[in-house]
Design a protein around this ligand. Structure first.
Ligand SMILES: Nc1nc2c(ncn2[C@@H]2O[C@H](COP(=O)(O)OP(=O)(O)OP(=O)(O)O)[C@@H](O)[C@H]2O)c(=O)[nH]1
Ligand SMILES: [Mg+2]
Length: 223
């Protein structure tokens, strides 16, 4: 209990010290290895047992990009269909996406197009990396060409959560892309949300506590 509280304080402190925050989401069918990739990157470990993610797990990570501290929220989603309808909030304000398939199960590669269509519905502009996982099981797959990534001009990484191949590179590149997207975003919804955030901050500074969001929304619409 006390340890939980200490951990929460530590995270609050990190948030305070961080130069910025980014959110990275992970998508793909059930059992492609999304959670194992997170485990490999964050804990440098791999437990082979299968424990399907229930709906959502959030991992916090602190990274340094060009000398700046970046607090990263990794959202590990459940690939199972029964959670499909919950995805709207997963996408909200995400800055990058890691989209995983399993090189041993063709269907998980085929389903990338469904995941990608949904991603683009909610986040039309964010960087997305396609990940071919479990290459330890068949290294020859790295010779194959996977047209999905080419078709949408997306980077493709061959990785293995089991032996760690390319995992650190994948996540570090994803963090960089997320930060760079956050700085250069031309996405209309991002601009509106950013403007709302700034406006709310200004309102708080100008009027002190207790001023409602309604007023902010009204003025934004009028401007
Ligand atoms: N050989 C091999 N097996 C892997 C690798 N990554 C994951 N696995 C296995 O694949 C299974 C599923 O991994 P998870 O990480 O739980 O899959 P997930 O995508 O998070 O699945 P959901 O949470 O159900 O969406 C586990 O039994 C892992 O041991 C890998 O790189 N190589
Ligand atoms: Mg999982």
């Amino acid at each position: 209990m006390a340890r939980d509280r200490a951990k929460a304080c530590e995270l609050d402190q990190e948030k305070y010290d961080a130069d910025e925050n980014v959110k990275i989401i992970c998508l793909g069918d059930s059992a492609v290895g999304k959670s194992k990739l997170m485990e490999r990157f964050l804990m440098d470990g791999f437990q082979p047992q299968q424990l399907s993610t229930y709906a959502l797990t959030l991992y916090k990570h602190t990274a340094t990009v060009d000398g700046r501290t970046v607090l990263v929220d990794f959202w590990d989603t459940a690939g199972q269909e029964r959670f499909q309808s919950m995805h709207a909030s997963y996408y909200h304000k995400a800055h990058a996406c890691i989209m995983v398939f399993d090189v041993q199960r063709k269907v998980t590669y085929k389903n990338l197009s469904t995941w990608y269509t949904e991603l683009r519905e909610f986040r039309p502009e964010i960087p997305c990396i396609v990940v071919a996982n479990k290459i330890d099981a068949d290294v020859k797959v790295t010779q194959k060409s996977f047209n999905f990534a080419k078709k949408f001009s997306l980077p493709l990484y061959f990785v293995s959560a089991a032996d760690g191949t390319n995992v650190v590179k994948l996540f570090n590149d994803a963090i960089r892309l997320a930060v760079s997207y956050k700085h250069n975003s031309r996405d209309f919804m991002d601009e509106v949300l950013q403007e709302l955030e700034n406006f709310e901050l200004e309102q708080k500074e100008d009027d002190g506590p207790g001023q409602g969001q309604q007023e902010g929304t009204k003025s934004l619409a009028a401007s």
